[in-house]
Design a protein around this ligand. Structure first.
Ligand code: AMP
Length: 457
């Protein structure tokens, strides 16, 4: 498998540090508001990535931090006159609910920054001891002039960063581009005691304290949206490589392209933020996943209702074929298509192995669906089983087939039996009514030579 590494700007053969064990860290959200479809874009990709590695037999540990102390959280809490922890607790919880609805369940551990204050203080202490940081009257800062490689991830020279840094009103800093490791307490802000007085962590240090605690100074994959390359991830490298003296901190830096809405950046000031919970009122999570995975993770994705509708047409074809295949009365005969099905599987794996090329993998799935539709009537039991196993493996990775709930399924079957009876008695008004009501509730019914089949849309 090959992965594109932002640091080296090339696709590299994937080789974990500890054999089959893979340690992945992805930057989690700052929990001060509901999560939006930009978050969905990034987290659905990394969920799929972690599931694909599991499918390939890796033992994955996927860790994600939660930024639960930060300027934005404090500002919102102050505006509303509530405790900042009330805000962060609420939106952390809402975030998890949204992720579960999106079937993002590949994460092994969510690590809120405030659970790691001791580790953060300890890392800042070591940076000071080694001379990479200095104390001012408002905090502790990392001295970027001590880390000449600062800029290597975003491919900028230290000089150009220094020149480009906004002249800060903070005159205590040696260089405007130096960044805070620890911020001394200000009125109305949460704080923890430290050797430098009461205060709270800077943003970048939480991630390296968390990853050092769980993975040590070096690990396999670090991910996040491409907006985080600079300065956030650059600062993480500076902190961790300085404190440990080991390079590289991470072997593969993976960054997702950002999601835009109708070609515009999504943001509160633009008034075009689409929250996950809003879109899920109208769109199945599996369709949203399919839509987002139809673009390569490194490319930007543009959302519009029209582009989603277009994706829906291809997605439905997969869902319908899967349903038809499940209810197929296959023959008890020798299998004839297994080798061909395995060829499709190989093609799918090749696409995913090539830097997680999900759009190519989806086009393989589409060709496979066309093949199934053409040949299904000739399938033996083993052909059917092999095709279903392939689709279900794809679903384990991408989670694009609507999930069935067995208790609901029973009621659907009862309604379909009733529909069959009414048709036999030529009570077409009632049978049509049942079909219409099911459709209105996201269940499509089709009459086929095998009888009625249904699927979720
Ligand atoms: P934040 O809550 O802004 O700290 O973002 C959490 C994660 O979501 C980061 O990895 C961001 O890069 C990612 N993210 C935020 N907005 C978008 C977007 N519009 N498109 C893709 N990823 C995003």
């Amino acid at each position: 498998m090959k992965l594109y590494d932002t640091l080296n700007r090339e696709k590299k053969e994937f080789k974990p540090i500890y054999g089959k064990r893979v340690n992945i860290f992805v930057c989690g959200p700052t929990v001060y508001d509901y999560s939006h479809i930009g978050h969905a874009r990034t987290y659905i990709f990394f969920d799929t990535f972690s599931e694909y590695l599991r499918y390939k037999g890796y033992e994955v540990f996927y860790l994600q931090n939660i930024t639960d102390v930060d300027d934005k959280i404090i500002k919102k809490a102050n505006d509303l006159g509530v405790d900042p922890f009330e805000i962060s607790k609420k939106y952390y919880n809402e975030y998890i609910q949204d992720m579960l609805k999106l079937r993002v369940n590949g994460v092994n551990l969510y690590a809120p920054a405030t659970f790691y204050i001791n580790e953060i203080i300890d890392q800042v202490k070591r940076l000071l001891e080694k001379g990479y940081a200095y104390v001012t009257n408002d905090g502790v800062y990392f001295d970027i002039s001590k880390f000449p490689e600062y800029g290597k991830l975003s491919h900028q020279s230290l000089d150009s960063i220094k020149a480009g840094a906004r002249v800060d009103i903070n005159e205590n800093k040696k260089n405007p581009a130096d960044f805070a490791l620890w911020k001394k307490r200000k009125e109305g802000e949460p704080f923890w005691p430290s050797p430098w007085g009461d205060g709270r962590p800077g943003w970048h240090i939480e991630d390296t304290a968390i990853t050092e605690f769980h993975f040590g100074p070096q690990y396999d994959v670090h991910g996040g949206g491409s907006d985080l390359i600079f300065p956030h991830h650059e600062c993480e490298i500076a902190q961790m490589e300085s404190v440990s003296g080991k390079k590289p901190m991470v072997n593969y830096w993976l960054h997702t392209g950002l999601l835009t809405v109708r070609q515009e950046r999504m943001g509160k000031s633009m008034g075009n933020v689409i929250n996950i919970r809003e879109i899920l009122k109208e769109v199945r999570p599996e369709l949203l996943r399919f839509f987002l995975l139809s673009s390569h993770y490194r490319s930007p994705v543009d959302y519009s209702p029209e582009s989603l509708d277009l994706a829906k047409q291809s997605w439905e074809k997969i869902v319908i074929s899967h349903s038809k295949l499940k209810s197929l009365n296959a023959k008890e005969s020798e299998p004839v298509f297994v080798a061909e099905i395995n060829r499709f599987r190989k093609e799918f794996e090749n696409a995913m192995d090539d830097d997680m090329n999900t759009p190519l993998a989806i086009s393989v799935i589409q060709s496979f669906i066309a093949f199934v539709n053409k040949n299904m009537e000739k399938f033996s039991n083993l052909d059917k089983e092999s095709a279903l196993t392939f689709l279900e493996d794809i679903d384990r990775i991408m989670k694009i087939l609507p999930r069935n709930d067995s208790s609901v399924e029973k009621f659907i079957e009862i309604l379909l039996d009733t529909r069959k009876l009414t048709k036999e008695k030529k009570l077409f008004e009632i049978s049509d009514y049942i079909r219409l009501k099911l459709r209105e509730n996201g269940i499509a019914v089709e009459d086929t030579s095998e009888g009625q089949i249904w699927y979720r849309i």
